[in-house]
Design a protein around this ligand. Sequence first.
Ligand code: SAM
Length: 275
Amino acid sequence: MDTLTTPPSNDTPRGSLACVGMGMTLGSHLTPLARSHIEQADVVFAALSDGIVELWLQRMHPDVRSLQPYYAEGKSRMVTYRQWVELMMTEVRAGKKVCGVFYGHPGIFAWSPHKVIEVARAEGFAAHMEPGISAEDCLYADLGIDPGRLGCQHFEASQLLFYERRIDPTGYLILWQVGLVGDLSLKRFSTGPAYRQVLVDVLSQDYPLDHEVIIYRGVTLPIQKPRIHRIVLRDLPNATLTAEETVVLPPAAPLKLNLAMRERLMELDKAYSVA
Ligand SMILES: C[S@@+](CC[C@H](N)C(=O)[O-])C[C@H]1O[C@@H](n2cnc3c(N)ncnc32)[C@H](O)[C@@H]1O
């Protein structure tokens, strides 16, 4: 009988799943709850940004299985991510308490944690996501941005090229995975200047070419300092950019008053005797 359809017998311990975030910086971002999921698991799967962070994780659990070797140049990332889901689910179906550990927040720009939780729940297993400190959180702290002040749009950079999206240049624009922007194949780990030029051409519809662009890399090891590199938009194609950097465009225009809505709200205030 297929493992997908085998009901658990009464003497089989029921498998379960927790996808937890490791945070970005070794040693300081792991929450007590995430650590407890790791320590109490039977098997731990790890998709981390740094080999040193993986060594640290191995000190917390004797059975840590790295998911990194499933990546390969020329292999679709979707194939890799589906393999990760199957690897974790195989152990859950075998009755194991499984913990998937992902760098940053497990639910931010990460396909497999959401998918494996969906699959586990659909098969009747308990599944939980435990948040972590993401690159986004570090970015707000290191760049001094409050997303609530002017608003903040986040896009996977390729989405701006593959789909027609509406950018609001009165708020911050945060672009993820710019290092591999425009990769339709999902098989490459970086694209390059010609692909980034297409991104600049799209962005130049909303931003002048001399608009500031911040290339940001938060620290993964406590000995590092954040990398904050400011350039202008036209120079983005040839800038040094790794897969671990996020690109920020500050607002290019002031907020515009919505006079019609203000008028309407004042009428309401009058009607409710607030004014
Ligand atoms: C697949 S996503 C994973 C994000 C992760 N789950 C998180 O919570 O931050 C990878 C993207 O995250 C961003 N990223 C990863 N490491 C980073 C770092 N150290 N500093 C800034 N951005 C980073 C980059 O935009 C990169 O392309």
